[in-house]
Write a protein that binds this ligand. Structure first.
Ligand code: HEC
Length: 413
């Protein structure tokens, strides 16, 4: 698995930004959902209020018109009884609009108007709190999620005609609902007589919530997506591309050792400064390398044209430099002798060197060797002995000692 640290800059930026936006997105969706829900609930309450109020207004209007017209209600005109008529009108409208309205009472006359469990509980609440003008809740009805709303009715003067003293009720009412079997008589003015009950299926409301939410998600999601894309593009153009170029140039320099690759200048932003710094560094390195090559050339020329043999070796005796005059003296080429021990160049006659390892010999005698010019027997490639004058010096480089021997062939006397 690739760890986050090893991802490209662009991928990192994208992941971080996407994470942040996604959190915002989730939060905004969550808040939106709740706002939508609150809004829909508010709307449902408003709708239910209108429905209930319409039923009540219809009943009151009818009641007044019957009084003005002096219409005598009877068995045959049962459907004109205001409560009956308004309930029927409500039912007809409800069929079209997919909600339900009922006028219910604990002391019902018509069993169809008996409250269900929820309505009965709400009625109890109304009895308990005389100032409560409405109540609503989301609940379930026959397995369906519904919004339920109730508004209580209180008995007024006009109601008592049929709901007051049973003796004073119209004959057809008395006939239909004999006093001994009916519970809807004997109300007093102001007493709660029942309630308008409105039920709206939540299904439709939820669908609306989800439709609104979906539009919202699409909208915010679209904006976030555009934002991420723009940011990714910007990161690529402004950061990762120039950095890649820089990385490529550095790699090129490392591989080829040539300092020709330069990166085109760009503005004065952080990456621009980095690029300028890189170009400057390349210039400096190029100059230094040229100087180095120059001085190396000079050094080589100096040693190669010297009339003395010059041999440099490490403290373990390993030869690291061998000039042309030394080649001539000993009969070895550079190629052959570099890396070989200095002992190879000293004749067996020089016993003091052979006694111990060259390393410990140098350790013990280096100071003495360096103080003055020594005479030692040299050994040519073919094993022949010849006399040498030796002067030594020592230097340190990279923590290693290395010795330089300047050799001159002594005239045979
Ligand atoms: C003309 C007689 C009459 C008058 C006036 C009258 N009602 Fe009724 N009411 C009835 C009858 C009859 C029923 C039974 C309806 C049915 O069969 O659905 C009824 C039913 C009800 C119900 C439904 C519960 C039940 O008992 O079945 C409520 C609630 C109600 N009336 C409230 C009122 C209120 C409030 C008023 C005054 C604003 C009022 N009524 C005025 C005759 C009347």
């Amino acid at each position: 698995m690739i760890s986050f640290r090893n991802l490209g800059l662009l991928a990192k930026v994208n992941i971080i930004v996407a994470g942040i936006l996604l959190s915002f997105f989730a939060l905004s969706t969550f808040l939106n959902y709740h706002q939508q829900k609150a809004f829909i609930l508010e709307e449902s309450v408003e709708k239910a209020r209108i429905i209930a109020s319409e039923a009540i207004q219809a009943r009151e209007y009818l009641s007044r018109q019957l009084q003005i017209g002096d219409v005598e209600l009877s068995h045959g005109r049962y459907g004109l009884i205001p409560v009956v008529a308004s309930t029927r009108i409500g039912e007809l409208v409800a069929e079209d609009l997919d909600y339900r309205i009922r006028q219910i009472s604990d002391r019902y006359r018509n069993p169809k108007n008996a409250p269900d469990v929820f309505e009965a509980a709400m009625l109890q609440r109304f009895y308990g709190s005389p100032y409560l003008r409405e109540a609503f809740q989301i609940s379930t009805l026959q397995g369906e999620r519904v919004f339920r709303y109730l508004q209580p009715f209180r008995a007024e003067e006009s109601c008592l005609e049929c709901h007051g003293d049973p003796a004073a009720a119209p004959d057809y009412i008395k006939e239909l609902f004999p006093q001994d079997r009916d519970q809807a008589y004997n109300y007093r003015i102001g007493e709660i007589i029942g309630a308008a009950s409105v039920t709206i299926p939540m299904d439709k409301l939820s669908r609306q919530i989800y439709a609104n939410l979906r539009n919202d998600i699409l909208y915010t999601g679209g904006i976030f997506l555009a934002l991420i894309t723009c940011l990714g593009l910007l990161t690529r153009i402004a950061i990762t591309q120039p950095l890649n170029q820089l990385g490529g140039a550095v790699r090129e320099v490392m591989h080829t050792g040539r300092f020709e690759e330069k990166i085109p200048r760009r503005g004065g932003d952080e990456i621009g400064i980095l690029i300028d710094g890189f170009n400057e560094m390349i210039d400096n390195l190029q100059e230094k390398t040229e100087h180095l090559e120059e001085s190396e050339k000079r050094f080589r020329l100096l040693t190669e044209t010297a009339r003395d043999g010059i041999v440099a070796f490490l403290s373990n005796g390993q030869i690291i430099m061998f000039n042309r005059q030394a080649e001539r003296m000993f009969g070895f080429s550079k190629m052959e002798i570099i890396g070989v021990s200095i002992e190879r160049l000293i004749h067996e006659d020089c016993a003091s060197i052979r006694e111990v390892s060259i390393e410990s010999y140098l350790e013990k005698n280096a100071a003495e060797l360096m103080r003055k010019i020594h005479k030692i027997p040299g050994r040519r490639r073919d094993g022949a002995r010849f006399d040498l004058e030796l002067s030594m010096s020592v230097a340190e480089s990279d923590g290693h000692l290395f010795y330089t021997a300047i050799l001159r062939e002594r005239e045979q006397s």
